[in-house]
Design a protein around this ligand. Structure first.
Ligand SMILES: C[S@@+](CC[C@H](N)C(=O)[O-])C[C@H]1O[C@@H](n2cnc3c(N)ncnc32)[C@H](O)[C@@H]1O
Length: 266
């Protein structure tokens, strides 16, 4: 098996951290294991040769990111967020939002389960002929994860926490897999976006999900991203992070609402 030299390893760790925020410094074996097949298919003998290819072929960067990102997720993950959406955010919106237009962003959406679950919650809440526009923007750096979100085909395991009536209503079984209906899929706009880059949106968001993404980021990248989220939220907008993540009071100005839920007050 081809081994990463120390120099190659530290070079790659630095490159990924600088451009994508992800800290791979403890993932040496994972890098070797996941990249081995790529090097093998290209008949390469060292990682240095691969890095040379990367310099000239930006599409190869997608292969690298597809291999090295952690994309594990499932429907209804961390259900208290979806309860909060249903019991707090949607009633607030119904009272105060005259445009009937909700702007939600699933940042680091992986294969789409988070955004699709939120759509199911909103469909349930508003009903079918509601007149509300609640399409969700869902972004990720991994083109493979986005292609899986686009396909909307999931293993049974991914649906284990979903209420059975939603499973029956929104999925068709195909062999051992479950195919998500267009009724849900069309409410989600998928896009590749690197959270470490400068990005702008025409209108601010009511809610941003960025769950289990920043856990792989170094503190500086995390603080910078939180400041971007703060700027991109409406006053009164919410940020959901993963349950194992916390936001320090001095970063960005978010108010703690309850575990892993923060709000922009002014
Ligand atoms: C573990 S998944 C989280 C999925 C979902 N949010 C959840 O909580 O289940 C983390 C995702 O963050 C994405 N990611 C990591 N770094 C990123 C970056 N710099 N820009 C955009 N997405 C990134 C990864 O590709 C991966 O799909």
């Amino acid at each position: 098996m081809i081994q990463l030299t120390d120099q190659e390893f530290y070079g790659l760790v630095k490159f990924i951290r600088m451009h994508y925020g992800i800290d791979l410094s403890k993932k040496r074996l994972l890098i070797e294991a996941r990249m081995y097949s790529v090097l093998y298919e290209k008949h390469l003998f060292s990682f240095s040769q691969y890095f040379e290819i990367l310099k000239h072929d930006s599409s190869e960067l997608n292969t690298l990111l597809n291999k090295l990102t952690t994309n594990h997720t499932y429907f209804m993950r961390e259900p208290s967020h979806f309860q909060f959406l249903k019991n707090t955010i949607l009633p607030e919106q119904q009272k105060e939002n005259r445009e009937h237009n909700l702007r939600i962003w699933s940042a680091g959406c992986s294969s789409g389960e988070e955004a699709y679950t939120a759509v199911m919650v909103m469909k349930d809440y508003f009903g079918t002929s509601s007149g509300w526009d609640y399409r969700i923007l869902a972004t990720d750096i991994s083109t493979k994860a986005l292609a899986n979100a686009q396909a909307g085909v999931y293993a049974e395991e991914s649906l284990k926490d979903l209420p059975s009536q939603w499973k029956e209503r929104y999925f068709k079984k195909a062999g051992s897999e479950y195919v998500l209906s267009d009724e849900i899929k069309r409410e989600v706009i998928l896009m590749q976006l690197n959270l470490m880059e400068d990005f702008h949106f025409q209108k601010p968001f009511d809610l941003i999900f960025c769950r289990n993404v920043m856990i792989y980021f170094q503190q500086a990248a995390k603080s910078e991203l939180l400041q971007k989220f703060y700027r991109l939220l409406k006053v009164g907008g919410y940020l959901f992070v993963g349950h194992s993540e916390t936001i320090q009071h001095d970063t960005a100005g978010f108010r703690y609402v309850e575990p892993s839920i923060y709000r922009k007050d002014n």
